[in-house]
Design a protein around this ligand. Structure first.
Ligand SMILES: O=c1ccn([C@@H]2O[C@H](COP(=O)(O)OP(=O)(O)O[C@H]3O[C@H](CO)[C@H](O)[C@H](O)[C@H]3O)[C@@H](O)[C@H]2O)c(=O)[nH]1
Length: 299
């Protein structure tokens, strides 16, 4: 059985869908603070549980760990809460993995790199987080490596760029793509922070889910998961606007404090392991727009 923490959340629920498609038996644990039972695959078993509490489950062959405090801004406001969930919660799951002799797949983030010193950012880039979130995600990585040293725990660490797709909640997780689409659908003008020339590397959630399933067969790898390309927020806005037949210009506001200016990931290592993104931004945006139209702007 594969245990997916955060399996009722945005990325985790897509991982669950892929696993079930491929015939795996899946147990989801989620405390439903940001996760939603509407996202949950009906073929998955479900246990409502907060990872800050220890748990004991037998017959787990792998743990795919997506339950986390994922909001960068909240991590700045509540660093202790962020560490509680992301560091102590991860330790609870590592203890479970140790006892069950399970493999550990960990959702990390490009936030561990902080402000890029060069582009694209590869896995050997200096680790220098600029938010409690980036730091807590990196702490999780270090504990995983410690468990590998102490107990031989097998792991894969996936460092995601900006993940987007269906089920991303425009209110909770603050992904710019779901925010822009949601605002346009409700007749509000989207806001661009700064001059809009900042860039990001947007990877489709289905491709991220595929990387998780493949990672079950990778051995002790730290891997960037992105597209290896960058796009400005202005260009992104223009594409979304055209797709939705929306005519208004965005509102430009002051830059968001602590925002990285340009970032995109080098994905050479992932490609060597046989993974590469399949869904283009064009196709992915079409899917999110049609999903958000259908379900009234999100969750
Ligand atoms: O309404 C908005 C929202 C965002 N942005 C801009 O769009 C870019 C992307 O912003 P997001 O909030 O979507 O994402 P971040 O790049 O801040 O990424 C952070 O939040 C992500 C969640 O969406 C992931 O957790 C990621 O790891 C973490 O670094 C930023 O330049 C931001 O200023 C806008 O212009 N308008």
């Amino acid at each position: 059985m594969i245990l997916v923490t955060g399996g009722a959340g945005f990325i985790g629920s897509h991982v669950v869908d892929k696993l079930i498609d491929q015939g795996y038996e899946v147990l989801v644990i989620d405390n439903l603070t940001t996760g939603n039972l509407k996202n949950l695959n009906p073929k998955a078993k479900f246990l409502k549980h907060d990872i800050r509490e220890a748990l004991d489950i037998k017959d787990v062959e792998a743990i795919i760990h997506h339950a986390a405090q994922i909001n960068v801004r909240h991590s700045v406001e509540k660093p202790r809460y962020d560490a509680d969930v992301n560091v102590l919660g991860t330790i609870n799951l590592l203890e479970l993995a140790r006892k069950a002799d399970a493999k550990f797949i960990y959702a990390s983030s490009m936030a561990v790199y902080g402000n890029p010193k060069y582009l694209p950012v590869d896995e050997n880039h200096e680790i220098d987080p600029i938010s409690p979130y980036g730091l807590s995600k990196y702490c999780g990585e270090l504990y995983i490596k410690l468990y590998n040293n102490l107990y031989g725990l097998e792991y894969s660490i996936l460092r995601y760029s900006n993940v987007y797709g269906e089920r991303q909640n425009p209110k909770g997780e603050a992904g710019v793509i779901s925010i822009f689409i949601s605002k346009i659908l409700s007749g509000e003008r989207p806001v661009i922070f700064g001059n809009g020339e900042q860039t990001r590397d947007f990877v489709y959630v289905g491709d991220v889910a595929k990387a998780n399933v493949m990672a079950l067969n990778w051995k002790n790898e730290v891997v960037n998961i992105g597209t290896g390309t960058e796009i400005t927020i202005n260009k992104l806005y223009k594409i979304i606007k055209e797709k939705m037949n929306y005519n208004e210009e965005p509102i430009y506001d002051k830059p968001r404090k602590g925002d990285v200016y340009r970032v995109y990931l080098d994905i050479t290592r992932a490609k060597k392991l046989g993974w590469e993104p399949e869904v283009s931004l064009n196709e992915g945006l079409d899917r999110v727009i049609s999903w958000m139209r259908k379900c009234g702007q999100g969750n």
